[in-house]
Design a protein around this ligand. Structure first.
Ligand code: ATP
Ligand code: PAU
Length: 391
């Protein structure tokens, strides 16, 4: 489980106390559960329209982010219980007062695990569509968070200035277990234009089988030390060390991922797990980069934002995706990454508290405070996950 905290405004503050937890939201995906909650320190007693006593925040506070493997959902339930997040949730104003806490949730698991949450914590999951949430989360981050988007190519990271008046349209590619591609035209205006089943789950699933790695991080770590040329068949392998320049293929371009394994006459055990992991990561990242570009081309989109936990701020993954987009678009399209990449859906679900009359904690005011000029969500500058520059 990873837990991260971000201050508003200000810097990364790893071990701050939680304060009053006002809302939390969940994105329960095929591989990971993402949890976002908001805590405030300044608060006072209020009585809501239903006569219930509660705490009202002044709108200053912090977003907290945590994630859990979906297969270890009990850890997530325990975390909610220990932090008493569910006691800070809200009740629907139109409904008669009950003991049931309603929590915004998205992702397939909000359907699959609804009964479990009810049974274990008395929480009723209020389901929001995962695509709506991804888009709401991405739009929120791009507009409200300073230095949220960046490019990454050949080891160089560059933050992108987002012009709020020239943000749309863009292609949002969310690389989770599977991959969704959405053409975003505005707030709540989007279409899921494509997807691919070759995604983060494929990398981790195949990688686990091929290398016997015990964790995703271990598999990624291996990939850093690997050399994909040991397994991939390059153009040069086919052309006797030469480029095939007539069609723009250099000798070092991968002609066929894992292609060398066909003629090498080796067994799986003869290959280094590091090289296998590297080839796999490149194959999947390349493929996603290429499909993304083709979809951008389909709709004339120049900007492609990548999200999802598969990226995990990993430089090699981002580099490979960027190079693929650059290569196929001949430099016309740009791959951009988001610092809060894995939390788009959870943030979108969180934002949806503002939509349906959940205003006993003046949710609108709370969210608006995060939008105020100069009061943007701070960026993590140090701390546990900052090594990969991603929260
Ligand atoms: N600790 C981890 N355990 C498992 N997968 C991880 C881990 N860290 C990163 N990943 C990668 O993140 C991917 C999951 O990303 P994400 O959480 O965005 O998707 P998801 O919501 O679970 O999937 P989907 O949206 O398809 O249901 C995994 O497939 C894997 O590639
Ligand atoms: C099924 C979802 C939407 C669940 O998040 C995701 O895993 C996905 O987009 N998979 C790819 C499905 C496809 O378009 O082939």
């Amino acid at each position: 489980m990873d837990i991260l905290e971000v201050g508003i405004p200000g810097k990364w503050e790893p071990n701050l106390p939680d304060g009053h937890i006002s809302h939390f939201a969940l994105d329960i995906g095929g591989s990971l559960i993402k949890l976002v909650y908001f805590s405030t320190n300044d608060e006072f007693d209020v009585v809501d329209k239903a006569g219930r006593l509660g705490k009202q925040s002044l709108g200053k506070g912090r977003f907290h982010f945590a994630n859990f493997e979906t297969s270890k959902i009990n850890d997530c339930l325990e975390f909610i219980q220990t932090k008493q997040l569910h006691l800070g949730g809200c009740q629907h104003l139109e409904a008669p007062p009950t003991d049931t806490t309603i929590i915004k949730a998205t992702g397939g698991g909000s359907y699959k695990y609804a009964d479990l949450f009810k049974e274990k914590l008395g929480i009723c999951l209020d389901k929001e569509d995962e695509m709506d949430c991804l888009v709401a989360g991405a739009n929120f981050l791009l507009k409200a968070v300073h230095q949220e988007a960046f490019t990454f190519m050949h080891g160089q990271k560059e933050f992108v200035n987002i012009d709020h008046n020239d943000l749309y349209p863009y292609l949002l590619v969310n690389i989770g277990s599977g991959v969704s591609m959405l053409k975003v035209d505005g707030e709540g205006k989007f279409e899921r234009v494509s997807g691919t089943n070759v995604g983060g789950g494929t990398f981790w699933g195949l990688g686990r089988l091929l290398t016997n790695c015990k964790s995703f991080d271990e598999l990624l770590e291996l990939s850093h030390k690997g050399n994909n040329r040991m397994i991939d068949m390059l153009v040069g392998d086919i052309y006797g060390g030469m480029d095939h320049s007539k069609v723009g293929l250099s000798s070092t371009t991968i002609a066929s991922s894992f292609g060398k394994a066909v003629s090498d006459n080796k067994e799986l055990a003869d290959y280094r797990p590091e090289d296998i992991s590297r080839s796999l990561l490149r194959m999947i990242s390349n493929n996603i980069g290429q499909i993304s570009y083709l979809n951008a081309l389909r709709f004339g989109l120049k900007r492609i934002f990548f999200g999802g936990f598969f990226i995990g701020g990993h430089t090699y993954t981002m580099d490979t995706i960027s190079v693929a987009v650059h290569f196929w678009s001949k430099g016309e399209a740009k791959a951009m990454f988001l610092r809060h990449e894995g939390f788009l859906g959870a943030l979108g679900a969180f934002m949806s508290y503002g939509k349906h009359g959940f205003d006993d904690l003046m949710f609108h005011q709370l969210i608006q405070s995060a939008f105020l000029a100069g009061d943007k969500i701070g960026s993590p500058t140090n701390g546990k996950l900052s090594e990969n520059e991603s929260i």
